[in-house]
Design a protein. Sequence first.
Length: 148
Amino acid sequence: MSLEAFLDWESWQEFKYEFDGSQPVAMTGVTVVAHSTIQRNLLGLLFNRLRGHRCQAHGSDLKIQVAGRICYPDAFIVCSSVPSDATVVHDPVVGFEILSPGTSYKDRIEKNREYVPRLRSSATSSWSNRVPRPLCMHAPVELGWPTS
């Protein structure tokens, strides 16, 4: 399946799918409060930090295209103008994944392999026994954040 065929097909689906470069991959829904809480807190922090900045944070309602694949990161930052009717962002600068026990390998290993060469930064946060672990990231210089 081509990327264009996937995007057309997915627009008719009831649920979200990612695209691994050759076929659709069904996404698992958030089923625990811990993941949702981390995502909400992360987006709140990003919105506050980016207030008045040309870069903007988005959540998992939008998809990103990275290396011919389509992903729905838990959050991402984009510094270019994105049309209000866009459903795909092509040039995110930071991607965030919240690691859960069921998706940890895919998010930590597979998605990181996709993100790292193409984004300026990526970050992960995880939770275990419903306890969040710290977020680790290095922000790109244009965000004006400390890098250490």
